[in-house]
Design a protein around this ligand. Structure first.
Ligand code: ATP
Length: 250
């Protein structure tokens, strides 16, 4: 579980996060949604410690991450997996080397064990016979799967995904979403996903948090999202013609 308590964050005069409090539960896909510029990435980066918050606190289970020194944070970082926008694989490394990277950084296992673990993770995301290929030689969907394999290499307790299916066709996007959902359940991970994508919300959103102009204005389940009176959320959800039609039908 990750708990965000009364977090504020500004850049000079720009107030980006305003009194944000959220509980992200383990074994669930927690989706942060909101318009471009609403503060989703700043929130995610604050949670993982890439931004220092101005005030408030972030707890990993009962551990106060905000109050920790670098050494303490490093221990918690070992428990985090990350899938960034665009996959963010290292272009100069092969598929296998990409997945070995966190193992080489943080694990004391033998070379043989690390290789076995990398191959287990690649198998888990259905990547076979591609260990020697470079990211430029595989499709966007495969790149995302390799990024997920790399993110789970160290058996994370916490998984962070920033727009994990950006740039993918709708069918591949749903496969990636479901892979993240399955892994979350299988390993009881606290998973936080930033997304604009209403298809992801409907496919895998177990807990949904809607951020607007740096404020948390709504949280609930995907079923509740169509019944809300919140005008900002309605504008976001029904921005596409498809969802306007769904609203009319339901
Ligand atoms: N390092 C930074 N310095 C100054 N301003 C920043 C910084 N990072 C983000 N911002 C500003 O904070 C606001 C929120 O940005 P953020 O990237 O969190 O939005 P977002 O909701 O993730 O948008 P998108 O969905 O387009 O990625 C924006 O106005 C952005 O310009």
């Amino acid at each position: 579980m990750i708990t965000v308590n009364n977090v504020y964050k500004s850049f000079a005069d720009l107030k980006v996060l305003n009194d944000i409090s959220i509980t992200f539960e383990a074994g669930k896909t927690n989706l942060i949604i909101g318009q471009s510029g609403s503060g989703k990435t700043v929130l995610l980066k604050s949670i993982i410690g890439l931004h220092e918050v101005d005030s408030g606190s972030i707890f990993y289970n009962d551990r106060n991450f905000t109050a920790m020194n670098l050494k303490g944070r490093k221990e918690i970082r070992k428990e985090m997996g990350m899938v960034f926008q665009g996959g963010a694989l290292f272009d100069s490394m092969t598929v296998e080397e990409n997945v070995l990277f966190p193992l080489n950084m943080f694990s004391n296992s033998s070379e043989k064990e690390k290789k076995e673990r990398a191959n287990f993770c690649l198998n888990r995301v259905n990547i076979q016979n591609s260990n020697h290929l470079f990211p430029a030689e595989i499709s966007g969907g495969m790149q995302k799967r390799v990024a997920i394999a790399r993110a789970i290499a160290l058996n994370p307790k916490y998984l962070f995904c920033d727009e994990p299916n950006s740039g993918l066709d709708p069918v591949t996007a749903i496969l990636i979403d479901n892979l993240i959902l399955e892994i979350t359940k299988e390993y009881n991970i606290t998973t936080i996903i930033n997304t604009h994508d209403m298809n992801s919300v409907m496919e895998i959103g177990e807990k949904i948090i809607f951020i607007s102009k740096g404020n948390k204005v709504w949280e609930g389940t995907k079923d509740g999202i169509f019944d809300t009176d919140n005008e900002d959320l309605n504008n976001f959800v029904f921005a596409s013609e498809l969802y306007k039609k769904i609203k009319k039908i339901s």
